[in-house]
Design a protein around this ligand. Structure first.
Ligand SMILES: C[S@@+](CC[C@H](N)C(=O)[O-])C[C@H]1O[C@@H](n2cnc3c(N)ncnc32)[C@H](O)[C@@H]1O
Length: 217
């Protein structure tokens, strides 16, 4: 059965930007440990998951939707076939970010989330950040990009709670530097600014997404 996320990914299919890593992935890989396991949360069609696998990381590419995970799997297979290389260490896993993350404590080197942590109310978002902290190894890296209160669409749609609106069939949270740091308060912040850009939204005047990189002490 189709849903808002499957419809969105149908719209994305065939876009040039799906065939290359996001700007954010290329910007933040410098902060990752040299080796280890990257979990890509809400990975969608997995273009960034493939990029990290190609750079030598073990990657768990995850999303809530099975059909979307299957597209990410297909994309990864095609990418490595075209390079005539064996499929790198990639796994695909269904993970619903509104629930507890089904992973052990202190196991993951990097948690990466490109435009996927901003769909939840305050208590769910707090639980999500605490789950991310729990699964990361000490010294592990969290990198995420989220909607900003400076986005042109901020304030449109039905208000659900502070900085959360129902827009185009989705609940969307908008962060600023302070709220990103507050949700990530367990982490040592390395980078937190409003300089995030995506190929997808730059033409809509969105050029100040919230970028965050931090470490679990
Ligand atoms: C804007 S897309 C971003 C996809 C990908 N990271 C990218 O940048 O192309 C948001 C993604 O979050 C996923 N998502 C939405 N709600 C989710 C949830 N509760 N748990 C896990 N993933 C979710 C959607 O299925 C979708 O793939």
């Amino acid at each position: 059965m189709s849903n808002v996320w499957e419809d969105l990914h149908k719209d994305y299919s065939g876009k040039d930007w799906l065939n290359k890593p996001s700007l954010f992935a290329e910007e933040v890989i410098q902060y990752f440990p040299a080796h280890g396991t990257v979990v890509d949360l809400g990975a969608g069609q997995g273009q960034d998951s493939v990029y990290f696998a190609d750079k030598g990381y073990e990657v768990i590419s995850s999303d809530r939707e099975l059909s979307i995970i299957q597209q990410a799997d297909e994309r990864a297979r095609t990418f490595f076939e075209e390079k005539d290389e064996p499929m790198k260490a990639m796994r695909f896993q269904l993970i619903d970010l509104s629930k507890l993350i089904p992973m052990d404590d202190d196991r993951i080197s990097v948690v990466y989330a490109h435009l996927s942590l901003h769909y939840f109310d305050k208590s769910t978002t707090e639980q999500l950040f605490s789950e991310i902290y729990r699964i990361l190894k000490p010294g592990g890296t969290l990198a995420f990009l989220v909607n900003s209160t400076s986005d042109p669409e901020y304030g449109t749609g039905e208000k659900i709670e502070d900085d959360v609106f129902f827009v185009e069939g989705k609940t969307k949270r908008y962060f600023n530097v302070e709220s990103a740091k507050a949700f990530a308060h367990q982490f040592e912040t390395i980078l937190c600014d409003e300089e995030g850009k995506t190929y997808k939204d730059i033409d809509k005047g969105v050029h100040n997404l919230i970028r965050y990189v931090g470490k679990k002490a």
